[in-house]
Design a protein around this ligand. Sequence first.
Ligand code: SF4
Length: 361
Amino acid sequence: MAVKNTNWFSEILLKWYATQDRPMPWKGEKNPYRVWLSEIILQQTQVAQGWTYYEKFCAQYPSVFELAAAPEDEVLKLWEGLGYYSRARNLHATAKTIVSEYQGQFPSTYEEILTLKGVGPYTAAAISSFAFDLPRAVVDGNVYRVLSRLFGITEPIDSGAGKKTFATLADQLLDRADPARYNQAIIDFGATQCRPKLPLCDACPFQHQCKAFAEQSVEHYPVKAKKLKKRTRYFNYIVLGPPQQFIIQQRVEKDIWQRLYEFPLIESEGDLLSQEQLIAHPDLDDWLEAGARFQRVSKPFQQQLTHQKIIARFWEFHLSELSKTQKSEQILVDRQQRSKFAFPKIIDWYLQDKSLYLELL
Ligand code: SF4
């Protein structure tokens, strides 16, 4: 799609932006380290939540050198609650790369920035424009929504051809004189005016140009080819140990929550295990033989991730003598020390809310 004479777009957009007051600590930031931090934190995160984490990271790691030197467990702990832990691991790996390969100087070209782990075209364009004023247009969910509605583009945003169309159009529309301001303006416009639900069309400066508005089909945009398939997984956690202690282990598989900590896990298909099924499970043999006694079971907890729903139940066992059964990857920790470890949210919920216990099943 070729759009001629696109100045009208940035003129209207920037005029709208001048009337907006949406302060955020990273707005206008020119330090590429801080811009990068904010962009990684804000991926898949609401601004209000990202704000706190951004401030925590800036305080604990004022420069890329401190972040690179930090132990990974500490970074994951600080990240706890934000989800998508691969972002935190990539953040840490990239900090190390910047120190080892770039002597701590953040790379300053789009192409180099794009080679960094955890940095895709959107983040590379954001860092290039915000920190270095390079003419790179951001294309995120906000931009897809605004452009698809305004120009009536029905190409799916998750198809190769669609992505190309939007990238080309976004590049044509970009205000090359002030790419940082323009990019921030279009992101804010998508977030606050042309919102996913209930966009503020009645007070929109693009009302006369907007195809979707003219066709009264705003809710049909943006078009997506595939619907996300969600999978449900069932986690039966074994909370085992002497009083005031339990054993935990790190998740090492290439799966959700990699390198976070959890209790020994038995994953089941189709449903959570019943008490009989659990007691008969071979993974429990060693512990039961060593004298583990079943205490109680929690209510089911549920956590929704982007592509998966996790349903978990926590089975508490008492076992005073662990030495014979404890595997090398398992750590015995005091309950009071649990805050030193980063756990998935669902485990935090269980640890914090123990008010509801089911009777023995
Ligand atoms: S008129 Fe509505 S749909 Fe069109 S750009 Fe404005 S807010 Fe978005």
